[in-house]
Design a protein around this ligand. Structure first.
Ligand code: AMP
Length: 448
């Protein structure tokens, strides 16, 4: 299948050519014809599959081929985070470059001036509005947002909006929209609450499912059993031994992100961190530097793991096992975007093993694991040129001799435990899942 099979408006085809997409991704092949037939749609598709273009392209085509005015809102896209809203808006700008369809991103966290700019754009009108729920409600409450010409409503990452407690806001926004509209719901997973919402707000939807909760096949996944005190050594080893120009490291907490950033700076790595304590402008700057490759390593919390469109990340490191197994898939989905290949490495300490097992259950196969300890790091490491070999059995912490002995003993016990677990897991052969198992509603087996 090629993009010409969709018979898009020539301005859109021109933009696709200019952007350089050669052929539609699976979600685009399935979703675009459904949307162009004016049907409502539930699409189960994870980020990185090309889902944004899957709805943006047919919606732009619809706007261009119907009667439209620049000052009337025709489409509303609701996204959970400002980062995702900005990213969608950027894609919209690209695709509508030749079509001249106006769009605006409306999201919280900016300055008062930003609010005024959004207000002005909403008053004078924009054909496509991309918004986070809370911020849009603030504008709606002020009374100048007019939705009577709205034709399309798109909910992107609906499950994330559920997690973030936005469902009441979404219901409220929908109460301001015309009943007669086309509604498209995209979600990485389909928890019961999202099914319920879909039933209430969609009319006779078609459904497509792109095997969610599985990392793409072109991500090489591996894991290390490693104690917390050895994690920085392992980061250093991996980052030094590989020449990936862009590396994304996920830490579980804001404070963990900051500490890791400082630790890596001390090790002379070109690193920046992004977390919710940063102002919107600072976050944008960090992301821009990372995208432009002025910064090689980005340390992040999960805020950037969903929907953020940074291409060419060769390596994702999970410094901690994510608590939520779904987050693992989203984190790992930051690499190997749109058919490229990538690597994902997860660090597992003894307390995180159970969580990691849950991830393996969710994705349906075991991930290759090895142990990293101070004793074996030399044999595992191919030393970079010029670096002195570490002294064998060197202990990371200074302390009194008896304290040292105690620490070494604990370390050995942990290593032993990890080794045992490791050997157990290594016996099982990993199975590689098919990247996309495409199920249309009609083909889905009935649940008993
Ligand atoms: P998304 O799942 O929408 O976040 O898209 C992930 C990445 O895939 C983005 O960088 C898109 O620009 C890119 N992409 C989307 N569709 C295509 C396509 N048909 N060919 C190549 N890249 C694409």
């Amino acid at each position: 299948m090629t993009f010409s099979d969709f018979h898009f408006h020539s301005n859109i085809t021109e933009a696709i050519d200019a952007i350089g997409y050669e052929k539609p991704t699976p979600v685009q092949e399935l979703a675009i014809p459904v949307i162009m037939q004016s049907s409502d749609l539930i699409a189960c598709a994870q980020t990185g599959t090309g889902k944004t273009a899957a709805y943006v392209l047919p919606v732009l085509h619809g706007i261009l081929t119907e009667e439209h005015r620049k000052d009337q809102i025709k489409a509303l896209i609701i996204a959970p985070t400002r980062e995702l809203a900005v990213q969608i808006d950027q894609q919209l700008e690209g695709f509508s470059y030749f079509a001249g369809v106006s769009s605006i991103a409306v999201y919280g966290g900016g300055t008062g001036t930003d609010f005024e700019v959004e207000k002005k754009a909403l008053r004078t009108g924009a054909e496509v509005v991309v918004a986070t729920p809370g911020r849009l409600i603030s504008h709606i409450n002020l009374g100048y947002v007019r939705f009577e010409n709205l034709r399309y409503l798109i909910l992107d990452e609906a499950d994330r909006m559920l997690d973030m407690g936005f469902l009441p806001d979404i219901r409220k926004i929908i109460s301001f929209l015309p009943q007669k509209r086309q509604t498209l719901l995209f979600s990485a997973t389909m928890p019961p609450e999202i099914r319920k919402l879909a039933k209430q707000i969609l009319h006779n939807p078609q459904e497509i499912n792109l095997a969610v909760s599985k990392p793409a096949e072109n991500v090489a996944q591996s894991a290390w059993f490693v104690s917390d005190e050895n994690k920085n050594k392992l980061v250093k080893k991996i980052v030094t031994e590989n020449d990936f120009p862009s590396i994304l490291i996920f830490a579980s907490t804001k404070s963990g992100t900051k500490t890791l950033e400082n630790d890596l700076k001390r090790l002379k790595f070109n690193v920046k961190a992004i977390h919710s304590d940063l102002e919107q402008e600072q976050r944008r700057e960090v992301l821009r530097d990372f995208k432009n490759r002025d910064v090689r390593i980005l340390v992040a919390t999960d805020i950037v793991s969903r929907g953020i469109d940074i291409d060419n990340i060769g390596l994702v490191i999970n410094y901690n096992v994510p608590h939520d197994a779904e987050d693992y898939v989203h984190r790992v989905g930051r690499t190997a975007r749109a058919e490229k290949t990538g690597q994902a490495v997860t660090f597992i300490n003894s307390k995180e093993l159970r969580n990691f097992k849950r991830i393996e259950q969710l994705i349906g196969y075991d991930i290759r694991k090895q142990s990293f300890t101070l004793e074996n790091q030399e044999t595992l490491t191919q030393r970079p040129v010029g670096e002195k070999p570490a002294k064998p059995k060197q202990h990371p912490k200074k302390g009194k001799p008896d304290q040292q002995k105690k620490q070494q003993k604990t370390e050995k016990t942990k290593q032993h435990q990890m080794q045992e677990k490791n050997e157990l897991v290594e016996k099982q052969t990993p199975t590689v899942k098919k990247k996309y198992s495409i199920i249309k509603k009609a083909d889905q087996p009935k649940k008993n």
